[in-house]
Design a protein around this ligand. Structure first.
Ligand code: GRF
Length: 233
């Protein structure tokens, strides 16, 4: 069977792109990355693409271009590499309905918080300011809202009292780099079914690899929360 054709959209550093490319090279992720696209001229992420021999494309919005005109142009460029799925990995623009309409239910994103908490920019700072004990990352389908689409996988990271947005970002990133390839692998294996707001995962016969980690992690957190709730006072 041909591997799933994946396009990745980036704006900056590209550590998630790197994690995806490494997972593919290491045999943990059965996709073919067919192109990396950016709204910037030469983001650092392009270096990772080149190292793995993936073609890069800059699609820079012009000052006069509307969001939907840009979305249309970007969709046309991305369609040129015939992807089956589009993964946003630090792409710093809200995609227009025109773009999403070109890839219905086939665009996914990673967000550095446990959605639906802390949508939008600066999610790590929002988590610190809210005083939560745990945050993490979410891989989700993209819909027309900002970070509102159905959740595929999440992983949890603790928030410490002396965290800054940077230290928390680094801790969450470690989780991101495992969770994004894991979610993509579930998608590549056809194991995801969207039912309204929920994504049902078919775990049947799934070898006990990456995605199980995030489930196990979630169970551990849940169990420890329950244990502390049930502790006699
Ligand atoms: C990540 O924190 C991701 O969750 C967010 O943007 C950041 C991108 O980082 N959407 P990188 O470019 O993948 O290193």
């Amino acid at each position: 069977m041909e591997p799933l054709r994946l396009a990745v959209l980036v704006s900056g550093r590209g550590s998630n792109l790197k994690a995806i490319l490494e997972a593919v090279a290491g045999g943990a992720l059965d996709v073919l990355v067919v192109g990396v696209f950016s709204d910037r001229a030469e983001p650092p992420a392009f270096e990772w693409a080149r190292q793995y021999g993936v073609p890069v494309f800059s699609v820079i919005p012009s000052a006069a271009e509307s969001r939907s005109a840009y979305g249309l142009r970007l969709a046309g460029e991305v369609q040129g590499v015939r992807p089956q799925v589009v993964a946003l990995a630090g792409f710093m623009r809200v995609l227009s309905p025109v773009f999403l309409g070109a890839f219905p239910d086939r665009v996914i994103n990673i967000h550095p918080a446990l959605l639906p908490s802390f949508r939008g920019d600066d999610a790590q700072r929002q988590a610190i300011e809210a005083g939560v004990r745990f945050s993490g990352c979410t891989v989700h389908f993209v819909d027309e809202g900002t970070d509102t689409g159905p959740v595929i996988l999440q992983s949890v990271a603790p928030v410490y009292q002396d965290d800054t947005a940077d230290t928390l970002s680094d801790r969450i990133l470690v989780k991101e780099h495992r969770t994004y390839p894991a979610a993509l692998q579930l998608l590549a294996e056809g194991r995801l079914q969207v039912k309204g707001r929920r994504v049902l995962i078919d775990w049947d016969g799934r070898p006990d690899r990456l995605p199980r980690d995030s489930v196990r992690e979630w169970q551990e957190i849940r169990d420890s929360n329950e244990a502390s709730l049930n502790r006699p006072v």
